[in-house]
Design a protein around this ligand. Sequence first.
Ligand code: SF4
Length: 278
Amino acid sequence: MKCFDCPRNCGVDRTFEKGFCLQGEDITIAKIIENFEWEEDCISKKNLAIFFSGCSLRCEYCQNFEISCTEVGKTYSVDEFVELLKKYKDFDCIDFITPTHFSSKILKAFEIYKPDSTIIWNTSGYEKEETIEKLSKYVDIFLTDFKYSDNNLGLKYSKVNDYNEVALKALKKMCELKENVFEGEIMKQGVIIRHLVLPMNVENSKKVLDIIKENIKDPFVSIMSQFTPNGKGDLNRKLLPLEYKIILNYADKLGFNQGYIQDFCSADENYIPKFTNS
Ligand code: SF4
């Protein structure tokens, strides 16, 4: 079967060759972490994180470079993946981290078995609307990036020339399909829009916030400061406190009033993101 799982539309038969995401036909998982507590505070701490191998964006500055840009991991057929989901069914949430390039296989698994856990689709935001529509039957929370307003940056760092338009269509679809629902402090359904502020790219971040403001009603936004240089490309320094402050002030000016910001100390190699209510 030719692969059109992500907007790159490589059209390769992953049984025989690999597309941009570097993955074969089976679902490949790089690691699984139980009680993964580094997501935003509204995500239950009884969270099972599944880190899928490969990525359909493979950003040059990726913080998980060893997972996203290499071919490491254990492979699972759809049936084996179903058994894996059954094994972990008692977790409050199951956090699918960078799963887009396995979406057709994951959808097949959900048709066989969907755990009662809150399902989190933790994505780069570069998604097809029709895939979001299909997933929404099973996924409770879209935890989605909105990385670039400037398509030149998308091209430079993620080798796509249409990130802005594609991600915006997908984001609108997510928000249309999943209204935010909380039980106490915990999100049970909804959309969290993440934006990682890149060093030397304050204008990109401001325009991302403008786009969210113009297109999404009552957005729940997580503005992240944790950028850590990975030794590749020209983003070779951490975010400056001033750059982050400019973006937080801008978000405030636009009237964003729900979501999270990060403690600035998150931006170190130990990657300990702490989210605080904005
Ligand atoms: S999922 Fe991989 S092979 Fe399929 S279209 Fe996207 S990058 Fe290409």
